[in-house]
Design a protein around this ligand. Sequence first.
Ligand SMILES: *Cc1c(COP(=O)(O)O)cnc(C)c1O
Length: 694
Amino acid sequence: MRAFFVTGTDTDAGKTTVTAGLLRAFAKARVPAFAVKPVQTGCRETKDGPEAPDVVCWKKAGGEGRALFCFRTPVSPHLAAQIEGARLDVSSLAEACREAVAEEGVTLFEGAGGLYVPLNEDENMLDLMRELRFPVLLVVANRLGCLNHALLSLEALEMAGLRAAGMVLCRVAPPAHTDAGTRPEAEELILGDNAGRLAEEGAKRGVPLLADIPYEEHFSSSDGRCWDVMAARLEKAAAVLAASPEEDEGAKERLAFDRAHLWHPYTSALQPLPVREAAGALGARLFLSDGTSLVDGMSSWWCRVHGYGNPRLVRALQRQAARLSHVMFGGLTHAPAVELCRRLLKLLPAGLEHIFPADSGSVAVEVSMKMALQYWQSAGRGEKCRFVALRGAYHGDTLGAMSLCDPVTGMHALFSGVLTKQIFVERPACRFDAPYREESFAPMEETLRAHAGETAAVVVEPVVQGAGGMWFYHPAYLRRLRALCDELGVLFIADEIATGFGRTGKMFACDFAGVTPDIMCVGKALTGGMMTLSAVAATKKVASVISGADAAHGGGAFMHGPTFMGNPLACAVACASLDELCASPWQEKVEHIRQKLEAGLAPCRAVPGVADVRVLGAIGVVEMEKGVDVEAWQDFFVACGVWIRPFGRTVYVMPPFIVSDEELETLSQAMLAAVRSAAKHGGTPFVDEGVFSC
Ligand SMILES: *Cc1c(COP(=O)(O)O)cnc(C)c1O
């Protein structure tokens, strides 16, 4: 089973003739072949229903095929649909196309016009092709300007992440027909040269020229012999397409190599947990190289809020890569960094005014700790050099950040010799969704009053404790903390790396409490998950104290500066991501996801073995009574068509904001099926026939 998308450099490039010829060439080679026209305009009404001109042509060549969406008006698809009171959209077209792929042999999907032919006001043929991800056969009309058209089309395919399987050059007009201004000899010379040039340019890009078809007067006739000539010219093309590599070619070998040499997060090098190969992703779906399509419940660990393949983000990255991908930030600046800072200042809680761009979340946490330490050094209070953190916290994996993580789940015992001993307070007991109880703040108040003299800062993940246990606590706690920090002269650092940019339903979780921390770390979703980037924002007060220090206390310079600080690619894509977020009704979307998750996960509460179910913003958590076997749960989820990776006792989802209702339903159903199966099979879900109903 193989499918290809046949497209042209422009209208009348000869796609239909080439498709017809290929059908005949496949037939001669005894390869079952079938053609599909996703949208056909100019259809004729007959007593047996609409008759599609392209299908008629394929049949003349002895081929089989059908059209999926037919319109009478002989104009471009979006216009024909509009005139006839219909609307085309990529998702229904793609669904119909996928269903039309023949079980056996080769299916050729023939587009209409070229790549950028509109299907509606927002989507075009290339969007449909991206959705289908079939390798592409580009039919190039051999006329003046054809190299330009062909190379631009190849470029567009590459930028869309599509593989061009080959090109067919096709002469579509009789000699001296194209342009009255060009002399016939000159035209012959040019068109004759095109094949050689196209073959060379194609070779540079790994796209072979599979055939060069001269002009034929009688293509449209039903004379079988003329089609035999055509089929002979396309014999090689058909053979190449039939033998073209499957998407997962080499995947087995790569997985074995990976297993032997690559270290994955939190795994053994010698006995690693199994991994799967991701070959692509689009929207809220991941595609594995074995062809499996999974609904992504993880947003790749919080960050892919706009899902995958968002054109605005992809374009921003490509544009910036072509312009200035990286330059040192010492002594130089650039528009992407400045524009990002401008955008952040508009979104951050009022009072945060100075931005330090850094490479990753953990580095941002290190930077925030160094800021707090230098602040007190500069203020002549160097003895204030410890940090107060919460149990159940997660702040990153570098040594400084790790010292702030929960001492038990953060593996402090393993690194006890080198980790700075911080001061820990029990996690806030007041649930987000229950009335606030003042006594839940007592442990913090007690500790902070006792240690204020030696404490540089309190570091917390506001409202949502993420990787440390997915715990949601009451925002009133943050208001109390802000007031107490002010009273005792302790800095307040908010780690919004997981919570930032809408995940909780607020732009930042601090916004629930209306507080401004002295220092805030952001990361993860900052670039929409396209690249690693983080930022540390500080108030004027923090920046002024550090910057006003005398020579003995740092001389006013903040002492940090990573090589890839403010990387232009990352900043440019972060700008695009923030623009995308702000242009979208993200608050409504997150609220909608919250309601759907709440309803979808509620039945889990009644299942034995489930300790708690909680939902906040676009985060849904099922907490089990016992720790889960990650591998078994993951196998179960993949069998259900979802990507969910539990850890510890929590099974949770935080889908991209662009997730559809149907995809959300799939995620909740899979979680419910998993906990039910686990309840039946001693705590671990078992992939049995029941799975496939989910
Ligand atoms: C992920 C995370 C970090 C660490 O970020 P990295 O980019 O993985 O280094 C820090 N704090 C919180 C709250 C996080 O969720």
